[in-house]
Design a protein. Structure first.
Length: 94
């Protein structure tokens, strides 16, 4: 799982160019933080899916992305029509 990432590789993904500078290798703490992030995202996905079903909302739960520091979580939803999900937001914020 640990790999060396260069700015050149990151720049290729983002469409930018610049000098290739190696960043540090992932440490054990980094891998543990990533594992906690994945676990929290899976727990949040199950919770959100349950709340969507409970409220009978016609929407699909997409990706959930939590920052590594755990301070913010972004939840992506899709729907074919407009959906009033203010109640769902209150549930998720509680």
């Amino acid at each position: 799982m640990s790999q060396l990432v260069t700015r050149q590789r990151c720049a290729a993904r983002s469409g930018r160019s610049g000098p290739a500078v190696a960043t540090r290798r992932a440490q054990v703490e980094d891998e543990e933080a990533y594992a906690r992030k994945i676990y929290a995202e899976r727990q949040a996905h199950a919770f959100c899916a349950r709340k969507i079903t409970e409220r009978g909302l016609k929407m699909k739960l997409g990706k959930i992305d939590q920052q590594l520091d755990g301070k913010r979580m972004i939840i992506f939803f899709t729907s074919e029509n407009r959906v009033d999900f203010r109640g769902l937001v209150r549930d998720l914020a509680a």
